[in-house]
Design a protein around this ligand. Structure first.
Ligand SMILES: Cc1cn([C@@H]2O[C@H](COP(=O)(O)OP(=O)(O)OP(=O)(O)O)[C@@H](O)[C@H]2O)c(=O)[nH]c1=O
Length: 649
């Protein structure tokens, strides 16, 4: 079954998979794609350190694999003997005009022969990597290498990235023109704590050797895995869902250059995927010609193709609509759609509308958007939560993001409507609007009303739950006996630290107005014997003694002068040899990579006086107060971790 009409649409194109990976071949053939396999000869030896992010490396490797195959196929391996390039291009154009060939349904593995003389229309390259704390793991070279990879992953959450490149090739006057599209997908995978014996048994099975990170989640390696967040097939080697969306973007929403410009006035106003794909089966003549015309131009008088060409590319249109998607998520959460479907599913739109006390028509539209966003599954029997929604969106779930979403909807949303003024003035709207000062930021903004305070605490608590474990275990902290989490709020990180290190006592130090409300967030007393709470203001009161201080998402809230003031106080309390653990979203030095950190920094501009910083910037701040960075780690969450030691003054 061809799930996506776009896959069917590619049937008259020559599609080449530039990969020897049997998993990629299987995933694509199962999806119904017709393609040939021409493995790339590109040696995967790019300098990893020269890429700002691991996924940038995977994307570039995927691109080089695809380029190698596209160029080789163009340069004659697939040319008829004695044929000139010009003639070959003409012949390929002739072939393009023929009705779609009856291609075999499965990938062809043998090299191209006389019957395959067309240059490819599309070349697909992919590269899968496993990353842990910034380290990129590819395929192990031998058993010892597999062991070293698997023991690094043991008990930890890591990211699997697949970079994908799609090259659309065309031949003009014997020149190869290539339009390159790229994307990546990230999936989080957590390994259980595994014994040495199990690791070696697994290695001896032979399975790890041709797989990134040394495991195959689809086979025996599945036994090592505690959970997966994200696209499973992405781990196996190919993010099929994202790929189909990308193809739809490339082939279903762009004007089709192969076809004549729209000239007639009988185009339906709105084309759906379904009627597009139906039309494809009718050959290349009349019916298809009409259905393939650019969409959204279904007016009486046709629009010249020049104007169609000048439309902004689709990713821009998607970006333009991004806020609508966020608001749809906020609204569905607030109206408790995901709570309802967690208890009972599937339910039809009418039933859901009645239960959430909303109109049927409006609810139906909201539900359909949620389904399109991958939050709900829609079948003939009704709507149900997807796995992603079940885990994060119902309000009572262990990892619920519901409080954070409500907070974004009720506060951040408003602040962002004032982004332009914040950018113009370069200051927080909070100060501009209400005349507050930086010193009383939290007291004024969050803690003056009980409701607002609780909402803020819940939001911070839900975010910490997602990151605390990774922050606590990014470095081995077992040598410390006392830790103090400054601004530790509800104590989520403190509990994770106590859980991870049985010899560690943790003090949470936070404002009295925070601590008076944290009892409702605590686990059973029996499970939290070594965590205590001390009220105080870290800018004014003396800090509890500890050999490890922690600042988790604290420095970001403050401008440099306040950050210096705080670090100077910590430096005064921390003995030489003691350490400071800073958990923050660390930006790349050029502030170029499209990480969530850049958006968060904008958020801090509109909401506070703070900003996100790069490792170099944190290094300079810390060094000014006698702290030297001894390690920095990406945790795979939005928070990265820096460990710094107090040097002898
Ligand atoms: C994590 C994981 C990876 N893999 C395989 O690891 C290879 C990665 O290597 P690559 O360099 O991206 O691809 P390749 O196999 O060398 O092929 P090529 O595209 O020709 O470079 C691919 O095979 C993937 O399926 C699995 O089968 N299961 C898993 O759980």
């Amino acid at each position: 079954m061809v799930l996506y009409p776009v896959i069917r649409r590619l049937r008259n194109k020559r599609v080449v998979l530039a990969s020897a990976s049997p998993r990629r071949q299987e995933i694509l053939s199962t999806a119904g794609l017709r393609f040939e396999v021409v493995p790339s000869r590109f040696k995967e030896k790019l300098n990893k350190a020269s890429f700002p992010t691991p996924y940038a490396y995977a994307i570039e490797t995927a691109k080089q694999k695809a380029l190698d195959v596209a160029r080789r196929m163009h340069q004659g391996e697939w040319k008829r003997e004695g044929e000139t390039e010009k003639r070959r291009c003409e012949r390929e154009r002739d072939i393009d005009r023929l009705p779609p060939a009856r291609a075999p349904t499965r990938a062809r593995e043998e090299p191209a022969t006389e019957k395959d003389l067309r240059a490819p229309d599309i070349v697909i390259g992919a590269d899968t990597i496993v990353t842990l704390q910034g380290l990129i793991l590819e395929k192990p070279v031998d058993k010892q290498d597999a062991y070293s990879m698997l023991s690094r992953l043991n008990g930890k959450e890591h990211s699997v990235f697949t970079g994908v490149t799609i090259i659309q090739c065309s031949c003009r006057d014997s020149r190869l023109d290539m339009e390159i599209s790229e994307f990546h997908e990230e999936t989080l995978v957590k390994f259980s704590q595994l014994s040495e014996e199990l690791l070696w048994d697994y290695i001896h099975s032979g399975e790890p050797m041709d797989k990134a990170g040394g495991y195959g989640i689809q086979a025996l390696g599945g036994m090592l895995v505690e959970y997966v967040h994200g696209d499973f097939l992405n781990v196996v080697g190919f993010p099929l869902n994202h790929f189909c969306k990308k193809l739809a973007e490339l082939y279903l929403t762009r004007p089709n250059e192969d076809l004549p410009p729209a000239e007639h006035d009988s185009i339906p106003a709105v084309d759906t995927f379904e009627n597009l794909s139906d039309a494809e089966g009718r050959g290349q003549g009349g019916a298809q010609g009409q259905a393939d015309r650019p969409r959204a131009l279904g007016r009486k008088n046709s629009v010249p193709s020049r104007m169609v060409d000048s439309l902004p590319p689709t990713p821009l249109l998607e970006l333009l609509d991004g806020f609508k998607a966020s608001k749809a998520l906020f609204t569905a959460c607030k109206m408790k759609v995901f709570d309802l479907l967690q208890d009972e599913a599937p339910l039809g739109a009418a039933e859901i509308a009645q239960r959430i006390e909303a109109s049927e028509g409006g609810t139906g539209r909201l539900l359909d958007v949620c389904a399109a966003l991958g939050l709900l599954e829609k079948t003939d029997r009704g709507y149900s939560n997807t796995e992603l929604a079940s885990l994060y969106l119902p309000s009572g779930g262990k990892y619920s993001l519901h409080p954070l979403i409500v907070y974004q909807d009720e506060h951040t949303w408003d602040f962002f409507t004032d982004l332009e003024s914040a950018v113009r003035e370069g200051t927080s709207r909070h100060r501009g609007a209400q005349g507050r000062t930086v010193d009383s930021l939290f007291q004024d903004r969050f803690y003056q009303s009980q409701d607002r305070k609780l909402q803020f605490l819940r939001a911070m608590h839900s975010l910490s739950k997602l990151t605390a474990r990774q922050v606590a275990t990014a470095f081995d902290l077992s040598r410390f006996t006392s830790a103090c989490d400054l601004g530790g709020c509800t104590g989520t990180l403190a509990h994770e630290l106590a859980r991870a290190y049985p010899g560690l006592k943790v003090t949470v130090f936070d404002l009295p107005e925070v601590l008076e409300d944290v009892s409702g967030f605590q686990p059973d007393r029996a499970r939290a014997p070594r965590v205590s709470f001390v009220p105080g203001d870290f800018f004014q009161d003396s800090l509890p003694e500890a050999d490890l201080y922690i600042l988790s998402r604290i420095l970001r809230d403050w401008p440099d002068d306040k950050a210096h003031a705080l670090l100077s106080r910590i430096s005064g309390s921390c003995k030489p040899g003691g350490c400071l653990l800073v958990a923050e979203t660390v930006l790349d030095e050029q502030k170029r990579a499209a990480r969530p950190g850049l958006l968060q920094s904008l958020d801090l501009l509109v909401q506070s006086w703070g900003r996100e910083r790069s490792l170099g910037e944190y290094g300079r701040l810390l060094q000014a107060h006698g702290f030297e960075i001894v390690g920095a780690a990406r945790t795979g969450t939005i928070v990265d971790v820096i460990l710094a030691t107090r040097t002898t003054p």
